[in-house]
Design a protein around this ligand. Structure first.
Ligand code: ATP
Length: 213
């Protein structure tokens, strides 16, 4: 079973405390929602677990400490702010190019991911002509198309309409039910309540409350 353990994780920028001694165990087969106001540290928690920032303390991915055998968790899908999409390619080509890196996704997995986020795999339009919501859907497809064990999504419902949120919920539940560990950060309480099984309230760089839904 996939497990991510944070032990006394802290982060300072200059003298400002960004993450304040976080200890918590995340388990596979669950969808966690990081909830809290702007600037409380939700994105930084995701970045820390994804290996994008260095922190004090210990982060363990399935028993292996981040920064020892690997700097980034293997088998991770990530949607982080300012996700890079290639504007001069179609949605399908965007996934095909990424697929060449890990070589786990075949054409069927790519098309399937696009359909699951509500995009048409046969759409010949380039991404530069996509609406914001379509770009967000493609960014979500990037995070899930290789069926990773760890899925980290920062503000995944930005620019999505209500149908989009419902579609993403169904998709994330499928990923959860096959055992993936999913962590979502959002300041939109209604969306998080819709998507998550466990809400973690973040304040001042700490988890101040755990709420099971
Ligand atoms: N590069 C940086 N240098 C200094 N401080 C930073 C940097 N990036 C973020 N911070 C600070 O870290 C704190 C936590 O930021 P974080 O992005 O995690 O907030 P958040 O909870 O995700 O907020 P939001 O809902 O606005 O996305 C904020 O106070 C922010 O000002």
């Amino acid at each position: 079973m996939t497990e991510v353990i944070l032990e006394h994780v802290s982060k300072h920028f200059h003298k400002q405390v960004i993450l304040n001694d976080i200890s918590y165990t995340f388990e596979g087969g669950r969808i966690y929602g990081l909830r809290g106001k702007n600037g409380v540290g939700k994105t930084m928690i995701l970045r820390a677990i994804a290996g994008l920032i260095k922190t004090q303390g210990k982060i363990e991915i399935n028993g292996v400490q981040l920064g020892e055998k690997f700097d980034f968790p293997p088998d991770m899908g990530l949607l982080i702010e300012n996700n890079e999409l290639l504007p001069d390619y179609t949605a399908k080509q965007n996934l095909e190019i990424l697929a060449k890196i890990k070589r786990v996704a075949d054409d069927k997995m790519i098309s399937n991911a696009l359909v699951r986020v509500g995009l048409d795999p046969n759409d010949k339009r380039k991404v530069r002509h996509f609406s914001l919501g379509m770009r967000q859907r493609l960014a979500i497809a990037q995070a899930i198309f290789e069926r990773p064990q760890l899925i980290f999504l920062d503000e995944p419902t930005n620019a999505l309409d209500t149908d989009g949120v419902t579609e993403i919920k169904a998709l994330l539940e499928e990923e959860r039910d096959r055992g993936a560990l999913i962590i979502i950060a959002s300041h939109i309480t209604e969306d998080l309540n819709e998507l998550a099984d466990t809400i973690l309230m973040i304040q001042g760089g700490q988890i101040i409350e755990e709420i099971s839904l």
